[in-house]
Each structure stands twice: as C-alpha cells, then as structure tokens.
Write a protein that binds this ligand. Structure first.
Ligand code: FNR
Length: 369
C-alpha cells in the first residue's frame, strides 16, 4: 500500500526558519465549549480533558475554541479568554499537557464584535427560552462593530471610533503576548464566521465612510493592522495562522476572489497557516454536503507560495475522503471538527485504515485493538 500523505509529517514555516513540525496533517479546528461557568474567561478542567483527549487521539495540531482578546469580544459569557494573567496561568497546564502527548497547540484568538453578548448554544439556556442577545438583567454588555447594522438580528452594536479600533488592535497584540507565555505554538486569528474582523471585511456589514470602510484596502485595514501588531510581538520561532470565511455566499458580500487577494497580503505579513471556512454574515445561502468548502482551500492554496499550510474544513468525516483531499493537492491538511467530537480517536482510526504508522497512545495500544 502506498504511504499515506495525510499521515506524513509537515512543517508550518516560522520567521526563525525552524518551523512548527506537525506529526501529520489532521488538525482539530476551534470549537467553542461554553463551559466557563464562572464567566471569567478562565479555561477549566473541561478544556484540559477535551483538548487532551484530542492529543491522545492523534491530532497533530490542536486549536482551542474561540478565545476572546477582550471581555466585550466574547460570544457568550461562558467563553474562554486571554485578556488577563489569571487566564494565562490556567492555559499553561493545558498547553503543556497537549504538547507532552506529541501534538502542537494553537489558540484561536477572537473578537465577536456585533455577535458578542449572546446566550450561546446552550441547551439549558435555550430550554429556558433565552436566545440571541443576553438581556441587561442577565448581564448583557455593549457590543462593538465596524458599523451598526441589523444584519445579525441581535441588539445593535456601537460603530467603533478610530480610537476604539486602535485600542482593539492593541488588545490583539497583548493577547498574542499572553498566548506566548501560556505556551501556545501557533495563533489562529479568527477572521471568519461573521465575527468582528469579518464584520470589517464584508461590505454587507461594513458601511463606514472613513479609512476603515469602502474600498477593499480600507475594509481590510483593521485586519492588516492587527496582524502587524501581533507579528511584532509573536516570537519568531512560533507559527501564525488565520481562519477565513472564504465566501459570504451572498450577492454584494465578501467573495472568494477577495479572500485570495487578502490571503496573499497575509502571507506577505508572515501568516503561513490558512484554514478556509465560509459564511457567518446573514442567513446561510451556501452549498452543503461532503467537503463543501474544499474548493475555497484549493483556490487559496493555488494562489499562495508552496510553503503555506492550507487546510480544508467542513463535512470531512472519512479517512479516504481526507486522504484524497491532500493527495490531489486541494489542501495541505484537513480540519476535522464534529467528527472528532464524536470520536476523539478519529486520527488514530484513520491512520490504521490508511495503513499508516499506528499512533495510538501506548496505554491504549496495550489493549491490542
Ligand atoms: C464550531 N466552529 C467554530 N469555528 C471557529 O472558527 N471558532 C469556534 O470557536 C467554533 N466553535 C464551534 C463549536 C462547535 C460545537 C462546532 C460544531 C463548530 C466551526 C468548526 O470549527 C468547523 O469549522 C465546523 O464544525 C465545520 O467542520 P466539521 O464539523 O464539519 O468538521
């Protein structure tokens, strides 16, 4: 049997030249857990066991849930954060544990913008009839965005002043410094799914008339500024990544050609890991089905230099499907989300199915599966 490409090693380039080595090309994408019951952004033993089990499962790069760079940027009050030192201390044992099991660990830095201060997808809260924006009585907070639009069906956000934009850029940089101290190997900047950065990118939400709105150059300015600020403080031997919504799938929205152009600019600013998701602004109008977002990754991969690490995500559930995506050069790796929630051993099973070197934790291997 030919060797599996999915289970071949790969390196995400870093400024220092050393690169971040990955044991295979199967990545755990960020997935919000909404378990921070204390509402203080501090990760819990849930994050340790949940992400730790993914390291046991054979993932090569494990990316945390969306982790807010500022308290007002949380999607819900149960999100994790990196806006203070207590949070840094709580992330440390988690990053150490993941690395001790052979995986690299990334943090998805995020700001929800107009989509902040919501109840989240919590069954107990939904069952109580609470959806959408958190009410004032329940501790809802002021939200901020590029513009104040009604596109999200949430309470109106405050359009950010230039000063607020500049402060926000600094929030990203400070969170990046904390991510370093917390022991993360990679930052994934959350520029997807209709959250704050995407709210600046998409003309469907960004209606500004100053230097942060209008032209492509203006709508992408906030992102360029925060990436430059992160890059200035992020160690040269650590990797920088981004997640895009490659498409709004809506007329007049952010399109794939915009993503390709912006991905090249991000590469020039030092970003080397690219994950291609889609949508998040307005009602979903895109395609569905197995691997439906793979063409977005393929378009970005084709436009970038060879050494970029481009991953495809979305309804990739099967080992052979994943192998085919990388063998045919559509992407350099895959992100496996929901399938991993059901089966944290997804990579180990896939490795076995594809005839690759077995990667079970030795404790499980003794069980002679
Ligand atoms: C997600 N997703 C997501 N995406 C993101 O960029 N940041 C996040 O924090 C989350 N949170 C989240 C929570 C849960 C429970 C799910 C299921 C999904 C999207 C996720 O990373 C992925 O892109 C999608 O799930 C599609 O991939 P799969 O699940 O089809 O492999």
């Amino acid at each position: 049997m030919p060797q599996s490409k999915l289970f071949s090693e790969v390196t995400i380039p870093t400024k220092s030249g050393a690169g971040l080595q990955l044991r295979n090309r199967v990545v755990l994408p960020p997935m919000c857990q909404y378990v921070v019951a204390q509402r203080d952004g501090i990760p819990t033993t849930w994050q340790l066991t949940h992400l730790g089990s993914m390291a046991h499962g054979g993932f090569s790069l494990i990316i945390t849930e969306a982790t807010a760079v500022a308290p007002e940027g949380r999607i819900s009050d149960r999100d994790t954060g990196l806006w203070n030192e207590e949070q840094v201390e709580a992330w440390k044992p988690i990053t150490q544990y993941i690395r001790s099991h052979g995986a690299a660990v990334g943090v998805q830095l995020a700001h929800a913008g107009a989509k902040a201060s919501t109840y989240g997808w919590l069954e107990d809260i939904e069952a109580a009839g609470k959806v959408g924006s958190i009410s004032d009585e329940d501790g809802g907070w002021e939200t901020f965005s590029a513009s104040s639009t009604d596109i999200f069906g949430l309470k109106p956000a405050t359009a950010m002043s230039i000063e607020q934009i500049q402060k926000s850029v600094q929030d990203w940089a400070r969170a990046a410094q904390r991510a370093d101290v917390a022991g993360f190997d990679l930052i994934q900047i959350h520029a997807a799914h209709g959250y704050l950065i995407h709210q600046f990118l998409s003309p469907l939400n960004n209606q500004r008339t100053d230097e942060y709105g209008g032209s492509f150059e203006n709508r992408t300015r906030y992102l360029r500024e925060l990436v430059s600020a992160i890059s200035a403080v992020w160690p040269e031997d650590k990797a920088l990544g981004i997640r895009f919504s490659g498409e709004d799938w809506l007329e007049g929205g952010w399109r794939l050609e915009d993503t390709v152009k912006l991905a090249k600019e991000m590469y020039d600013l030092g970003v080397r890991a690219f994950d291609l998701s889609s949508a998040g602004i307005g009602a979903y109008a895109g395609p569905t089905g197995p691997g439906y977002q793979v063409p977005l990754a393929q378009a970005v991969k084709q436009a970038l230099p060879e050494d970029a690490f481009v991953t495809a995500v979305g309804a990739i559930t099967d080992a052979i499907q994943a192998e085919q995506i990388v063998v045919t050069g559509q992407a350099d790796g895959v992100s496996i989300g929901r399938a991993a929630l059901g089966n944290p051993q997804w990579p180990n099973h896939a490795a076995q199915q594809l005839g690759a070197k077995k990667a079970y934790p030795v404790q499980y291997w003794r069980g002679r599966w």
